[in-house]
Ligand binder design. Sequence first.
Ligand code: SAM
Length: 222
Amino acid sequence: MKLYIVPTPIGNLEDITLRAINVLKSVDVVLAEDTRTSGNLLRHLDISKPMQSYHIHNEHQTITRLLERMLKGETMALVSDAGTPAISDPGFLLVRECIKYKIPVECLPGPTAFVPALVNSGLPCDRFTFEGFLPHKKGRQTRLKELAEEERTMIFYESPHRLVKSLQQFAEYFGAERQACVSRELTKLYEENVRGTLEEIITYFAEKTIKGEIVIVIAGKE
Ligand code: SAM
C-alpha cells in the first residue's frame, strides 16, 4: 500500500531517473494525466503496466475508488504529462487524501520546469516564490498588485501566445527596468534563456512567432 509521485522528463527523455524507472516497473498501476502520453513514455522505457486515467476533470470522482484500492494493498504511481505531478498539475488532492487515510506517500525527486529556469536565470535563488499560472481574468490584477511588493524572486508558468502580453503587464506593475529571464523549451533542442530587463525581453520576443513551453523568472523588488 503506497502512492509514489513520479516525475517524468519535461523534454529530454534522458532526464528520467533510474529510481523512477524501477518504481514504474514495481507498482500495480500507473495513474496518468494522459494515458496516451504516458503510454508512449512507458513503451520507450520498455515497461508494460496497467494504466488508469487521473486528470483534473475526474480527480474528485476517482479518488475514493483509488483510496479503497490502495487501502486493500495496491501500490500506485502517479505521473503527469511532463515534470512533477502536483506542480501546476493534478496530484495535490490525491496526496492530501492519502495522508488523511494514512497511506504512505513518496514523491521521487526529478524533472520539473521551474528549478532549471530559476537557476538559469542568474537571479537570487536563496528565496523565491513559485506562482505557477497567473489567473487569466478574475484575481489577476489583485495578484499583480500584491506581487509588486514581493522581494523574493518570482517564477511563473506561461503559454507562448500569452508571453508578450504578460511581460507587458509585469513591466506595468513591476517597472520596465526589473531584471527577468524567460526560459523556453528547457532540456529540448531549441532551449533558450533570454535574460535582461523586462523591456529588453519584450523587445526580443515582440517580433517573433513564439512557440514551445515557457517559464518566466522575475527579480523581486529591491
Ligand atoms: N508539472 C510540470 C512541472 O513540474 O514543471 C508543469 C506542468 S504545467 C501544466 C506546464 C507548464 O510548465 C508549461 O506551460 C510551462 O510553463 C512549464 N514547462 C513545462 N515543460 C517546460 C519546458 N521544457 N520548458 C519550459 N517550460 C516548461
